[in-house]
Design a protein around this ligand. Structure first.
Ligand SMILES: N[C@H](CCC[C@H](N)C(=O)O)C(=O)O
Length: 272
C-alpha cells in the first residue's frame, strides 16, 4: 500500500498473531534484500473498547511507534479490500489511542487524528515550559523549532524554501537530539499562503520520505499556533497533497483531520 508515496507492507494478523522482532522488520523493509517499505503495519483484533481493530506501526529501522497518518488511510483501504469490515467509518485503536477512519466516495480516506499534544513532557521533549517555539542548540548553530506530538513526536522548522532546505543534514541531527529522548520526526515547512504549505519530512527511523501524514498534521498545528494559516490547509509534500483541518489553538484542543489517498500496490504471501 502507499499513501502519497509513503509506502507500507500491511500484514493481516486478525486470524492469528504475528510477532515481528526488530531484525525481521528491518529485513522485510529492506528495498534490496526484502520487500521494501518505509513502515510495516499490522492489523490486529481490537484492544480498546469501541474499536474494530488494533493498528501497530514499525519503522524501517525496526522501531515500533505510536502513530502513522498515511498508514491509517492505507489501513482503512486494506481492511475494506480484504473484506475484514464493511464499515465506511472504522474506529481503530493505536498505541496513541483511538482514531476514526472514514472512507470517502472518491476512494480517499478522511481521518480524525485526535488532538495534538503540546505539553513538552508528553511529546516527549525536554523543555522548562510549553512554548510556541523553542531554541534548539545544534553543533555550531541554534534552530527555532516547534514541538508537537500527534501521538508520535514532531519537530517543525519553518524555512524560506523547502527545495533548498538542508533536510538530510539537519534532519539527521535533530532526529537524535538529546532533548528528544525518544528521537523525533523533523518537518521542514514553507508557508506559501494562509491555505497552502509546502513540507518535507525527515522521518524518525526512516529518513526523508515522500510524505508524512502526522508530519503534515504537526506542521499545520504549528503554523496555526504561529498565526500563519487558516483552519483548512493544503499541505504539498513531494509525493502529493494532503488536506489538513484544525480549528485550534482553541482553549480545548480539537482534533486534527487529515484527508488524502490510499492506494493498493500489490498483494503477496510472506514465506514462513
Ligand atoms: N516515522 C514516524 C512513523 C510514521 C509516520 C508517517 N509515515 C506518517 O504518515 O504519519 C515515527 O517514527 O513517529
Amino acid at each position: 500500500m502507499q499513501g502519497l508515496g509513503n509506502d507500507f507492507v500491511v500484514l493481516d494478523a486478525t486470524a492469528e498473531p504475528i510477532e515481528l522482532n526488530a531484525d525481521l522488520v528491518r529485513r522485510l523493509a529492506d528495498r534490496r534484500f526484502g520487500i521494501g517499505c518505509d513502515q510495516i503495519l499490522i492489523v490486529e483484533p481490537p484492544r480498546l473498547p469501541g474499536t474494530c481493530f488494533h493498528y501497530r506501526i514499525f519503522n524501517a529501522d525496526g522501531s515500533e511507534v505510536e502513530q502513522c497518518g498515511n498508514g491509517a488511510r492505507c489501513f482503512a483501504r486494506f481492511v475494506r479490500d480484504q473484506g475484514l469490515t464493511d464499515l465506511d467509518e472504522i474506529p481503530v485503536g493505536t498505541a496513541a489511542g483511538p482514531i476514526r477512519l472514514a472512507l470517502q466516495p472518491d476512494g480517499g480516506v478522511r481521518v480524525d487524528m485526535g488532538a495534538p499534544i503540546l505539553a513538552p513532557e508528553r511529546i516527549p521533549f525536554l523543555a522548562e515550559r510549553i512554548a510556541t517555539t523553542y531554541s534548539l542548540e545544534l553543533a555550531g548553530e541554534s534552530l527555532e523549532i516547534g514541538a508537537v506530538s500527534m501521538g508520535n513526536p514532531h519537530a517543525v522548522i519553518q524555512v524560506a524554501d523547502v527545495a533548498t532546505a538542508p533536510v538530510a543534514r539537519l534532519g539527521a541531527q535533530v532526529e537524535v537530539h538529546h532533548r528528544f529522548p525518544q528521537r523525533v520526526n523533523v518537518g521542514f515547512m514553507q508557508v506559501l499562503a494562509p491555505d497552502r504549505i509546502r513540507l518535507r519530512v525527515f522521518e524518525r527511523g526512516v529518513g526523508e520520505t515522500l510524505a508524512c501524514g502526522t508530519g503534515a498534521c504537526a506542521a499545520v498545528v504549528q503554523a496555526r499556533r504561529l498565526g500563519l494559516v487558516e483552519p483548512r490547509v493544503r499541505v504539498e509534500l513531494p509525493g502529493g497533497t494532503l488536506t489538513i483541518e484544525w480549528d485550534g489553538p482553541a482553549p480545548m484542543l480539537p482534533s486534527v483531520w487529515m484527508t488524502g489517498p490510499a492506494v493498493h500496490v500489490f498483494r503477496g504471501e510472506i514465506e514462513p
